[in-house]
Ligand binder design. Structure first.
Ligand SMILES: Cc1ncc(COP(=O)(O)O)c(C=O)c1O
Length: 388
């Protein structure tokens, strides 16, 4: 029997991440500037790193509580009250996870029965469709339009709803478009969500990185907290991708169901990383602020430069991605990304990997230095001029 035939159909049918393919290609080349990765170029703030050493020195090398260290959950709870006026009981409404990634997986597995439909807003973060499938659910995608700044409209939810629809995943600010949904827009979505009794997975991992307008956390909209699982973590704003630390906050019964899965499949998030996250919550605000200032400066630079070279790009309200149109070049997004990498050694991600409506766009991460961005834009200008 071939080894392949042992693989479950569910997994065999999953496509490998389109982002990884470009990383692998770029890794084999020299002098590549990568605007491909979705992670900060900053090293984790030193006080956070140091605190993890201290935790080891003090012998904190065992498991923690399944739901995460109580002290950390209390700090997260304080942070959610302070930032968004959201009150979650740290004893049973919060779980510390292995990155926001695991929180998404846990949330879906906790609520999805086979055949349940989950609405996903495209262009979307690449993990949503596969994790819904792995949980036994059916992803139903909605295509947002560039003309609407890739903003989801309430009538689009209405159109996607069937008797099997159970949940919707919202990502605000969005990866890959950087689109930020404002309070009033979220309120309009909430009306439809309530009408159809949907559960919401609100992925707010980029919430700290919003540049122009005030941020509204989805569960803070009236009547939404009891139907929302808030997902966030330390990877992006705190520059802690490698620590694998995230969390979810939500209704007691749902968090209990997530903890049940987590205790059998993961036990707990890494102890050393939990100590680091505690320090980040207590004493990390200043570092977050200075990284934020830097992202904002880079955003302004990349957006104006892209527009100058003829790649139309609206101003993204959050995250650290620009999502310019490459339609004027006549290339598909995959052709654009491949040729740009081969000819000019600049790595970007084709928009098509984020869903059907991503075609005609590329994702450029600006989580890289201004100097690198400047050089990347010079190379892109040369590339684009040959084609327009
Ligand atoms: C929208 C979104 N959610 C979740 C994640 C995963 O974050 P973590 O590193 O905390 O697992 C990412 C990472 O790129 C992301 O872009």
């Amino acid at each position: 029997m071939s080894q392949v035939s042992y693989i479950s159909k569910q997994v065999a049918d999953l496509k490998p991440s389109g982002i990884r393919r470009f990383f692998d290609l770029a890794a084999q080349m020299e002098d590549v500037i990568s605007l491909g990765v979705g992670e900060p170029d900053f090293v984790t703030p030193w006080n956070v790193i140091e605190q993890s050493f201290h935790s080891l020195e003090q012998g904190y090398t065992s498991y923690t509580e399944n739901a995460g260290m109580m002290e950390l959950r209390k700090e997260i709870s304080k942070y959610l009250i302070g930032n968004y006026h959201l009150t979650y009981d740290p004893s049973d409404q919060l779980i510390v996870s292995v990155g926001a990634s695991q929180a998404i997986d846990l949330a879906l597995r906790a609520v999805i029965d086979p055949g349940d439909e989950v609405i996903i807003v495209e262009p979307s973060f690449v993990a949503y469709v596969p994790t819904v499938r792995l949980a036994g659910g059916i992803p139903v995608t909605i295509q947002t339009e560039a003309e609407d700044e890739f903003k989801l409209k309430p009538e689009q939810i209405e159109e996607a709803i069937t008797p099997k629809t159970k949940a919707i995943i919202l990502c605000n600010p969005n990866n890959p478009t950087g689109t930020l949904l404002l309070q009033e827009e979220l309120e309009q979505l909430a009306t439809v969500i309530k009408k159809h009794d949907l559960l919401v997975l609100s992925d707010e991992i980029y919430a700290e990185l919003t540049y122009d307008d005030a941020y509204t956390s989805f569960p803070s909209i009236p009547n939404m907290k009891e139907r929302t699982i808030l997902i966030s973590g330390f990877s992006k704003a705190f520059a802690m991708t490698g620590w694998r630390l995230g969390y979810a906050a939500g209704p007691t019964e749902i968090i209990a169901a997530m903890v049940k899965i987590h205790q059998y499949t993961m036990m707990c998030a890494p102890t050393m990383a939990q100590h680091a996250a505690l320090e980040a919550m207590k004493n990390g605000r200043q570092s977050v602020q200075s990284m934020f200032e830097s992202y904002k400066q880079r955003r302004n630079f990349i957006v104006s430069s892209l527009n100058e070279i003829g790649l139309q790009c609206p101003n993204p309200g959050g995250a650290f991605y620009a999502f310019p149109s490459i339609k004027a070049t006549g290339l598909t997004s995959a052709e654009f990304a491949e040729q740009l990498l081969q000819e000019e050694q600049v790595a970007v991600v084709p928009g098509s990997v984020f869903g059907a409506n991503g075609e005609g766009y590329i994702r450029c991460s600006y989580a890289t230095s201004l100097k690198q961005l400047d050089e990347a834009l010079n190379r892109m200008k040369r590339f684009v001029q040959k084609r327009m």
